[in-house]
Design a protein around this ligand. Sequence first.
Ligand code: ZN
Length: 435
Amino acid sequence: MRGTPGASGLRDPYFPRLGNGGYDVGHYALDLAYDPDTGRLDGTARITARATQDLSALNLDLSGLTVAKATVDGEPAAVSRAGDELTLRPRDELPLGREFTVTVDYSGVPEPLTDPDGSTEGWLRSADGAVAVGEPAGSMTWFPGNHHPSDKATYEIALTAPSRLTALSNGVRVSAQPVSGGRTRTLWRQSEPMAGYLATVMIGRYETTTGTALGEVPVVTAVEPSLVSATAALRAELPTILARQQERFGPYPFGAAGAVVTTDGLLGYALETQTRPVFPAASFDRATLVHELAHQWFGNSVTPETWQDLWLNEGFATYAEWLYAEEYGSVPARESFEAAFADDANWAFPPADPPTAENLFDPPVYQRGAMVLHKLRETLGDGVFDELLRGWPAKHRHANASTEDFTSYAEALAGRDLDEVWDVWLYGEDRPDQP
Ligand code: ZN
């Protein structure tokens, strides 16, 4: 066999070095120990993957930290680092189709990442713990992986931290066991596929509340102790909001739900981390909660193929806010649409084509994304549009989808081409005369 090294990036239009070629991850088992006093993280990542070519070497994305040892199928692998690329060369080449397991032992004080748009993500250290978030690229600051949204996998995340603290992550809490040094190891399991940017960790002093939603889905909400009473009423609405969204968007895609509210100053925005969105206190309002919960269908279950497809996340999540305002706030979606139409900021570029990575999270991606959906609703009629709201997440459940997948889906549903919608609202540079 003459294997070749897997590519060091997946040529994403905005983040060409994110992700890696030559293999497909099925499962991550992360075992992380965190010392809040020193900020040091000690981790083992056990990654199960399948080779998609004959591989002589493979890359993982990892930013900072020190790798002590790596193995492939139990045999030591040669390790090299260059920038955010970790290269492992196994003793034996991996043939196309082979399932293999990589382990990486690593440690260090993780550093947050500054995004092209100036926002901060990755491992964010707090006074007594940390919050880890990763959209679009920050997950590589706390674990090695194939950190492109197109390679989704299941996860087990074990967190060892001082027993006086709470340690949360995605999915269902499997166990919490005391270990040496006055610490507890808490294991979380995310059994449905997840993109790496949606993986999360919250370690700190949290008040946790458990309950259920949608009949039997376990709900875990956690808030910093000073925020317990101020957030109680809205936290209690979470099951009701989910139930209404489930009626509109089809079956809730995950076996767990919840929300985490942190004190301000740590995180500059809310994020739809899978099953357990996180909110800085200042953003924990009804509209943002509706937005991040809608992402569980749009973004988390149906995940962008590349970062260019981000408007599919943000457009639908924003449209979920418009639907909520229409139903409960007596603001017709047409009014939200016209307000967005009138705002010059939304016409800086077409939603499906942000000029640079710096613009990825700019208003057109959110607001014009939602405008595309409203125009579709007006074109298709409410009945067919309701079908789209359920049918689209059903078609790509737990998978990836691109802008083109979406336009062909909508056209198939309409039974005709919809160029008049796409040309103006999705791809058009200029604001038309009429909303
Ligand atoms: Zn969003």
